[in-house]
Design a protein around this ligand. Sequence first.
Ligand code: PHE
Length: 468
Amino acid sequence: MLSENEIKIIDFLKKKENKSAYSTELSSVIPETAVFSLAYLLKDKGYVSVKEEEKENIILTKEGEERLKEGLPEDNLINFLKGESKKIQEVAKTFKDFNIALSWARKKGLIKVDKGEIIPLKSSYVSPEYVVLKKISSSQDLSEDDKKYLKELESRGLIEIKKNKVLLLTLLKEPEIRPAITYLTPELLRNKEWTKYELKEYNVEALPPFIPLGKKHYFKEFLEHVKDVMVSLGFKEVKSDFVEMEFYNFDMLFQAQDHPAREIHDSFKVDGKGELLNQSLVKRVKEVHEKLWKYSWKQEVAKSLVLRSQTTATTARVLSTSPNKEIKVFTIGKVFRPDAIDATHLIEFHQLDGLVIEENFNFRELLSTLRAIFSGIGIKEVKFKPAYFPFTEPSVEVYGYIQGLGWVEMAGAGLLRPEVTEPAGVTMPAGAWGLGLDRLAMLFLGIKDIRNLYSDDIEYLRNRKVEY
Ligand SMILES: N[C@@H](Cc1ccccc1)C(=O)O
């Protein structure tokens, strides 16, 4: 069997007129360092003959390169004088390499020196040595005449003559080419036909071609993972729209219309008004606002539209159906808040809100529910800190521990205030929480810029691996 490089050498020789080539030529098809050993391998296999020869290799020295650029000093001197005699001292002052130029010009009989004057015998001149120098630098063949000047050029230090061992390879026979097959059939074995074929080796280490398959966006994958966690804990998913009446986004959550609590986070206003169909619920909400916040509640304000600023609006929607029965629901969805966009802030992001209404539900159970949710998502250590939300009492902020980052605030939670549950006709205790999912995904997936969560850069998405 012949290797790929051996075949390359044979192919190269095949194309040559006399089927032979010097090892120096072969370096154009195979690595120079391999030429010699391959040549002898091919010789042993009987494909080529190899003859060792000494070859002269002439190269220009650094000075030679310089002279090639500037011209030989003696030539330059003649061309400088332009056929006119001049005083030695005068020329010596302005002419570069004067001594070398003078001595070579004299030796070559290009000038005479008489009474302190240089008398040129030619009006312009190019030395044959210069012509040879030029030929060497452009690897032209040298004539026998040219070769006479090599000794002089070498002694002037303008060229270097090196003797190299080269191999002359001559092709003796061409390998018979057998068609290649990749598998044997019983047929081929039975009739001994297999000897006519080359059996190709399998390269079991070759990588298969990369075929990018369709896959889900990794952030969507993360959101679905969270959804699975909630479902596995016995919660049912509920949904509501992005465009929401302030009634559900704020009023039902006991955020007063004229109170800074309403501005706890800013919201995007939407043109137009919604319709409040359940007027008895509206009346009860109005009463509780006016009684406790002491101001005149306006239905017109409550009907104003916003892009929901919290998914707690969905929780309010659930409450508005007066579900005076035990429920466990959650929602995952987008919320919108005006902000300056940067690596950690977007004007739309995702929240997970949850609601539990249960006989005997209490604060302790709320905390253990939160622990279970966080543990399901993958955050085993959580701690709680007292906090304020307009619609819960007591309220907590939930901190999760992330390796390498420490304690990070992740959610708000609490037991719903009677001002929220009573107008909705809920008499059992209820717990609620809201959790920011974008920040959590960033921490979890090691993402530094929140905008990457919404990237549509196909290369970036292809290279992201998400495992749970
Ligand atoms: N909606 C609150 C979080 C929250 C929800 C439910 C109960 C308590 C707090 C927020 O966006 O900050």
